[in-house]
Design a protein around this ligand. Structure first.
Ligand SMILES: [Fe+2]
Ligand SMILES: [Fe+2]
Length: 222
């Protein structure tokens, strides 16, 4: 039997984002054959599957690269990702809660509560980095004096990273490691997959800041 749109998402949850990008309904209309939907949209199934592959990262040694390049990479790769992923995750949480609140209410409520706290914290956290700390590091790395010590802003960012890490761990605990219940639909599956993706991306993002950017910036000042 031909692979359906729903099968494609269940087999590879990253397909959910690709289908959304192309306006393909993978949830309620997900039982339609993938070939048929692609023909209708003038797309090839192979091209859609290729779109779901993670982009390859250029092999850059961030311990050596200029700090403004590292900052630009963090902004382009991680801050842009969060600004797109956080609202999308919130929409999915609402849809899953509407559809599965009767059976999974307490888990989904708790998950939603932790997620919203994390989202609010990350949005203000990124604004502080973009408006205060990163411009200070850029000034220092081009030989100009910073208007104040980096200690305070770096300490604050590290504290907020720890809080974000705690929220990620709590979401993983509440969902028993993102294990889907047997009755999960395509949106549920995409939600859990994308939350796990958020976790992996934030771990990488925080690593670049805590372990590379901040110590290197502190070194310029010394
Ligand atoms: Fe950041
Ligand atoms: Fe950060």
């Amino acid at each position: 039997m031909a692979q359906t749109v729903r099968d494609a998402v269940l087999h590879n949850p990253a397909m959910a984002r690709v289908f959304e990008r192309h306006g393909i309904d993978y949830c309620c209309g997900g039982q339609r054959p993938l070939d048929e939907v692609c023909t209708e949209k003038g797309l090839s199934p192979e091209a859609l599957i290729a779109e779901a592959l993670p982009p390859t990262e250029p092999d850059i040694d961030w311990n050596q690269a200029p700090l403004p390049d590292l900052i630009q990479h963090i902004l382009d790769r991680h801050h842009v990702y969060l600004r797109a992923a956080l609202p999308e995750l919130e929409r999915k949480l609402v849809r899953v809660r509407e559809a599965h609140g009767a059976t999974d209410g307490p888990t989904l409520e708790e998950l939603g509560r932790i997620f919203i706290g994390l989202r609010d914290e990350l949005m203000s956290h990124m604004a502080k980095e973009e408006q205060i700390l990163f411009p200070m590091i850029q000034r220092l790395s081009s030989g100009l004096p910073a208007p104040m010590s980096l200690d305070g802003p770096i300490g604050m960012m590290e504290y907020e990273h720890e809080s974000a890490g705690n929220a990620l761990a709590a979401m993983r605990r509440v969902t028993s490691g993102y294990v889907l219940p047997a009755h999960a639909c395509g949106t549920y599956s995409a939600l859990y997959h994308q939350l796990a993706e958020l976790e992996a991306d934030l771990h990488q993002h925080i690593h670049l800041e805590n372990n590379i950017l901040f110590p290197r910036a502190a070194g310029i000042r010394a």
